[in-house]
Design a binder for this molecule. Structure first.
Ligand code: FAD
Ligand code: NAI
Length: 471
């Protein structure tokens, strides 16, 4: 490559990690190129993850509410029909609007967008197989690997994205299945189970552990969530493992085994969703050409400044350590560009919120009660139920609670766990408090507007070091 073609930063992957790093690098005046093979920017999150799932969750919730929860509110509705094709169109419109928005931001910030598959030719040179045919190459002083993750397959059960689907197929089913089985009661499993159950499918979630919600969710909250989701019609088989499956017939067959003794049985479904986790994606990246190692789970190994064993090659997002979350990828993307440009950056990994966008939502930040118990850390808990919150009562939306955990000596906040209608928005306050090292009393003495759901947050804080007023 000639001198003119050398970039300050070449990014492989245009997902949240890659595109945010590209924009930030452009803003910092770096000469930057971003290689993405999908044909659109935004990665898993915008194309087949966060965004389309939230569109389906929002609109299926509206549909379900109109079908089942209007009469007692004094609203009589007539003939309600589901138009699944239009529901999917609405989702596609949100996705394309956002992915094009990122492309616009690339232009605005002088990012060169290369549509193709990148692979290492050498430690500084990336060969690109262009989507439109042909090949090019680009040389970078710095290189950022941001190639993300993919669904972990279930051994022996072939994914066709029609009958046996990952989340990608579950976001685009052409009709509502009569029976759906979800393997894995983590966040993907529960969000997708909610969507299709609300639209009329009979959904069973099979989970290996004795708790839903995947890693990190507070056990007390997970139990409440399960109870509420069950009331909505989702069935659960916990402590149960899918051992094998067969998708060759008209129905998909699954052999399941109770993890702790119990009876083995066979389940049948029209659609099976495999949601047993995601794994780092590095296929076709040519890491072997430069002798880059992965850890035992396929993650690119990095140090605290996101450097691989080659200091000019860094890595962020789902393809490396940490929770596979879009906002985590985004924080890292900003920090990594700051390291490259200024030599310092920072992400507080103890303070990354998680949200499950079921109804009600479940959101948390910091440590769970079971984490603290396991570590032998002393703690004090304050809770407040939404059934005692005035706004939740006026909204006829009283399921759930706020649970706050603080240090019994210093009152410093250790964790916040919310299940409730607006938990995903409300957790921002907990995250800020945790980031600032607040005590529960700091929160309780902050005036909260009335009547809001956020008052439940304030009262849970009061209950942590003293007593709540309304409960
Ligand atoms: P990705 O988004 O996977 O992006 C990597 C990109 O790199 C891809 O577009 C890929 O095409 C490209 N690529 C890979 N290899 C190459 C190559 N060699 N050359 C060129 N391009 C390449 N997270 C949340 O925080 N909130 C949510 O609500 C949420 N919902 C989700 C719902 C679903 C159904 C799924 C599957 C995930 C969800 N996530 C959510 C997780 C979130 O999508 C990921 O954490 C996030 O996308 C990670 O960003 P990333 O940039 O690291 O990887
Ligand atoms: P997950 O790791 O959260 O959950 C997978 C579940 O499957 C676990 O509970 C596990 O015990 C279970 N499991 C594994 N093998 C099994 C078997 N053979 N039989 C029965 N159960 C089995 O993974 P998930 O839900 O696939 O999500 C992947 C990633 O995507 C997560 O890391 C999550 O952070 C991210 N994501 C985030 C969302 C959000 O923030 N709202 C939404 C969707 C995904």
């Amino acid at each position: 490559a000639t001198e003119a073609e050398e970039k300050d930063l070449v990014i492989i992957g245009g997902g949240v990690a890659g595109y945010v790093a590209a924009i930030k690098a452009g803003q910092e005046g770096l000469k930057v190129a971003c290689i993405e093979k999908r044909g659109t920017l935004g990665g898993t999150c915008l194309n087949v993850g966060c965004i389309p799932s939230k569109s389906l969750l929002n609109n299926s919730h509206l549909y379900h509410t109109i079908m089942h929860d209007t009469k007692n509110r004094g609203i009589e509705v007539g003939d309600v029909k589901l138009n699944l094709a239009q529901l999917m169109n609405a989702k596609d419109t949100s996705v394309s609007g956002l992915t094009k928005g990122v492309e616009f931001l690339f232009k605005k910030n002088g990012v060169e967008y290369i549509k193709g598959t990148g692979s290492f030719a050498s430690e500084h040179e990336i060969k690109v197989q262009l989507n439109d045919g042909g090949e090019t190459s680009v040389v970078g002083k710095n290189i950022l690997i941001a190639t993300g993750s993919e669904a972990t397959p279930f051994p022996g059960l072939e994914i066709d994205e029609k009958k046996v689907v990952t989340s990608t197929g579950a976001l685009a089913l052409e009709k509502v299945p009569e029976k759906m089985v979800v393997i894995g009661g983590g966040i993907i499993g529960l969000e997708m189970a909610s969507v299709w159950s609300r639209l009329g499918a009979k959904v069973t979630v099979v989970e290996f552990l004795n708790q839903i919600g995947g890693p990190g969710m507070d056990t007390e909250i997970a139990k409440q969530a399960q109870k509420i989701l069950k009331k909505q019609g989702i069935e659960f088989k916990l402590s149960t493992k899918v051992v094998s499956g067969d998708g060759s017939g008209e129905k998909v067959k699954l052999d399941i085994d109770a993890a702790k003794g119990g009876k083995a049985e066979t389940m049948e479904a029209d659609v099976v969703l495999v949601a047993i986790g995601r794994r780092p994606y590095t296929a076709g990246l040519g890491l072997e050409n430069i002798g880059m190692e992965l850890d035992e789970r396929g993650r690119v190994i990095i140090d605290q400044e996101y450097r691989t064993k080659f200091p000019h090659i860094r890595c962020v997002g789902d393809v490396t350590f940490g929770p596979m979350l879009a906002h985590k990828a985004e924080e890292e993307a900003v920090a990594v560009v700051e390291y490259i440009k200024k030599g310092y950056g920072h992400v507080n990994y103890g303070c990354i919120p998680s949200v499950m966008y079921t109804y009600p939502e479940v959101a948390w930040v910091g440590q769970s009660e079971q984490d603290l118990k396991k570590a032998g850390t002393p703690y004090r808990i304050g809770t407040f139920p939404f059934s005692a919150n005035s706004r939740a009562k006026t909204n006829l939306d009283t399921d759930g609670m706020v649970k706050m955990i603080a240090d019994p000596e210093t009152d410093r906040l250790l964790g916040v766990h919310i299940i409730g209608a607006n938990a995903g928005e409300m957790i921002a306050e907990g995250t800020l408090a945790l980031e600032y090292g607040a005590s529960s009393e700091d929160i309780a003495r902050t005036c909260h507007a009335h009547p809001t759901l956020a008052e439940a947050f304030k009262e849970a804080a009061m209950a942590t070091y003293s007593k709540a007023i309304h409960f």
